[in-house]
Design a protein around this ligand. Structure first.
Ligand code: SF4
Ligand SMILES: [Zn+2]
Length: 116
């Protein structure tokens, strides 16, 4: 069920912060997007942000790569994977707490949609 932006819980807000940080790191290093994301990264960021906003699992959300729903289009999934693969290790020093939470969240159990 889709939810409004105002109804997202702490888990989703944290993931939205994480993807924003990762997109900044990736765009800065690949496209020179130092002050703002380039148009392509901006579009991808908005797409990912919106996926999180309407994620049916909300605070019980698993890592997207372990999710049974896979709500991303194949092309965007590949792009986000590339962003995370590049920015994940680089985020560690600049945003240690966010990185730690990202690792913890990645190990959370995978809920089944029909049990909710
Ligand atoms: S892939 Fe799964 S966990 Fe990730 S946002 Fe989409 S529905 Fe939620
Ligand atoms: Zn970019």
């Amino acid at each position: 069920m889709a939810r409004n932006a105002g109804s997202t819980g702490p888990r989703i807000r944290r993931e939205q912060r994480t993807i924003a940080v990762m997109m900044r790191i990736y765009c800065c290093d690949h496209h020179g997007g130092r002050d703002a994301l380039c148009a392509s990264c901006s579009e991808l960021h908005e797409y990912a942000r919106r996926r999180l906003e309407i994620c049916p699992f909300q605070d019980a959300k698993p890592a997207c790569n372990r999710c049974e729903v896979h709500c991303y289009s194949a092309a965007r999934r590949d792009r986000v994977k590339a962003v995370m693969g590049y920015a994940g290790p680089r985020m560690l020093l600049r945003h240690p707490w966010l990185s730690l939470w990202h690792l913890i969240d990645a190990r959370r159990p995978v809920p089944r949609l029909d049990r909710r």
